[in-house]
Design a protein around this ligand. Structure first.
Ligand SMILES: Nc1ncnc2c1ncn2[C@@H]1O[C@H](COP(=O)(O)OP(=O)(O)OP(=O)(O)O)[C@@H](O)[C@H]1O
Length: 505
């Protein structure tokens, strides 16, 4: 670090005191009752002893402090106020960065077996991105008392047990104005689980990065507190768990399973709508965890208050903490996401092509990534480099926002079945002949690419398969498109046919 940089970021205590000193006397009283905890990626976390102080700081003092801290740090700073009481015994101490390598090895070795319940060839050597190397070198030295390092027991394969996608890390997440606050809140919830905002609800339309943030929280928590129990669950899986437990008379075991968790990450809570017994069970789980200051983070395709058929008492609780919306990214952010994606996946595409793709795909980041993958896969197969001419040919079916006709799973199945000379029953059935498995995986990939359906929804449509099967199919086809002309052609041809059918209907 240069002298100039050091001068620009004084230590946390000095920075905090200097900012507090600029406040009016009335505001200063409240700020004096707070202690700085950490500063990381522009998120300044402070701890207070009680709710009253927190409420006062948030309502009266926060803007002035954020303004002052922003000026002093030289980047936008967001203040997060947490209740900094001693942590309950059940919340483990954070792990020091020195234990990280060991944990990564553990995770890599155990992942395959835990996610191994997938169809087809699960051993495609895909060990990508297992290591969770989220940045631990924050710009803070201060460590709150509850977070002082203590000897910790490293849990084997924490991220696997937690069911986290190894690619969805904070460090792979591009921050823009559309997601800045959601990202900040997610970081804060990870650094002080159960304290910052509980529950945290991240809502927004499909493909904007909600699931990515949810998993990133899980990874980061496991990095900081390696023996904590983190679990990611899709609401549909939770529903299935409840239904199975009820029918098999083992609801007590189910309760036990969920109530032992320190950080519960629940994806797509809109699927809890209209499911009475699931809602009841979730209500009790929620209360049990919340009472123990365990962190709950949820995602939803709309704000909880718009989940009309959700029980009032649940909706109420979802509004206790913080709700944050993710919006479609602007052009600069879309380009930055494509750059990041290209770097991560080692895809080479010049700047004008990235801009071309970013200008064509405006709202869904999944589609944005899909377009880049398609262009680079085509170039690979042709032994060519990606240029504008090639991109325009391959992506000619990309139409500007608003003109996109709706594509249904029925269309995808019908076109895939016809193309492969199979029936829809074949696609949904249990037969695992080579051809059939490939066609099924392509159809699943296309559902992921062309519709807003979630992984469990797709799995259900394909004969009640598990969401990990769909996840595997998605990865597998992405990989094969780069390696096999036939697969690339089939996916491209099918995409064109499906879009043509959608335009006609
Ligand atoms: N800001 C971002 N930076 C990098 N990648 C992103 C960002 N936002 C989204 N993505 C990527 O876009 C894809 C879709 O994101 P994700 O699945 O998290 O969306 P979602 O909002 O959960 O969608 P859905 O509601 O359909 O499940 C993922 O591959 C994710 O990594």
């Amino acid at each position: 670090m240069t002298d100039a940089q050091e001068r620009a970021t004084p230590d946390l205590g000095t920075l905090w005191t200097a900012a507090v000193d600029t406040l009016s006397p009335g505001a200063r009283v409240w700020a004096h009752n707070a202690a700085p905890i950490s500063l990381h990626e522009g998120i300044f976390i402070i701890g207070v002893a009680d709710d009253l102080t927190r409420a006062q700081l948030e309502s009266r003092v926060r803007p002035a402090l954020e303004h002052e801290l922003t000026a002093r740090v030289g980047r936008e700073v967001r203040l997060i106020v947490t209740i900094d009481e001693p942590r309950p015994e059940s919340v483990p101490a954070p792990r020091g960065p020195d234990t990280q390598d060991q944990a990564n090895v553990d995770e890599t070795t155990s992942r395959q077996s835990d996610l191994g319940v997938v169809e087809g060839d699960a051993t495609d050597g895909d060990t990508d991105g297992d290591a969770d190397d989220a940045d631990l070198d924050g710009d803070d030295d201060f460590v709150p008392s509850w977070a002082q390092p203590r000897p910790v027991q490293i849990r084997r394969g924490g991220a696997v047990e937690a069911r986290l996608n190894p690619r969805y890390l904070f460090e792979n997440f591009v921050i823009g104005s559309s997601n800045r606050f959601a990202h900040a809140a997610a970081v804060a919830a990870s650094e002080a689980p159960g304290k910052a905002y509980n529950p945290l609800v991240i809502h927004g339309e499909s493909g904007l990065g909600k699931t990515h943030l949810l998993h990133a929280i899980g990874h980061y928590v496991l990095n900081l507190y390696p023996s904590s129990r983190v679990r990611y669950v899709n609401s549909e899986e939770f529903t299935n768990d409840v239904i199975n437990a009820i029918s098999e008379n083992r609801t007590a075991a189910l309760r036990q399973k969920y109530r032992e968790i320190d950080v519960l990450l629940v994806d797509d809570i809109q699927f809890l709508e209209n499911k009475e017994s699931t809602q009841t069970e979730f209500f009790h789980t929620f209360n049990a965890l919340h009472n123990e200051n365990k962190q709950i983070v949820m995602t939803s395709d709309r704000p909880p208050k718009n989940l009309r058929t959700l029980e009032e008492r649940l909706r109420n609780r979802f509004e206790w903490g913080l709700q944050t919306e993710m919006l479609p990214p602007d052009l600069e952010t879309r380009i930055a996401i494509l750059r990041k994606k290209a770097a991560l996946e080692k895809l080479t595409a010049p700047a004008d092509v990235l801009e071309f793709i970013a200008s064509k795909v405006q709202t869904n980041i999944r589609e944005l990534e899909g377009a880049l993958i398609r262009a680079t896969a085509f170039a690979n197969l042709q032994n060519q480099t990606v240029d504008m001419q090639l991109a325009q040919i391959v992506l000619k079916d990309l139409v500007a926002e608003g003109e996109e006709p709706e594509i249904t799973v029925g269309m995808i199945m019908a076109q895939t079945a016809a193309y492969s000379e199979l029936t829809i029953d074949d696609l949904c059935g249990a037969n695992r002949s080579r051809n059939l498995v490939l066609a099924r995986q392509i159809a699943m990939y296309l559902c992921r690419e062309l519709t807003a359906m979630s992984l469990p929804q797709i799995g259900r449509e394909f004969g009640g398969r598990d969401h990990t099967t769909v996840m595997h199919a998605d990865r597998k086809i992405r990989k094969l498109m780069n390696e096999k002309h036939a697969v690339f052609n089939q996916v491209t041809e099918l995409t064109n046919r499906i879009k043509a059918q959608a335009r006609q209907s």
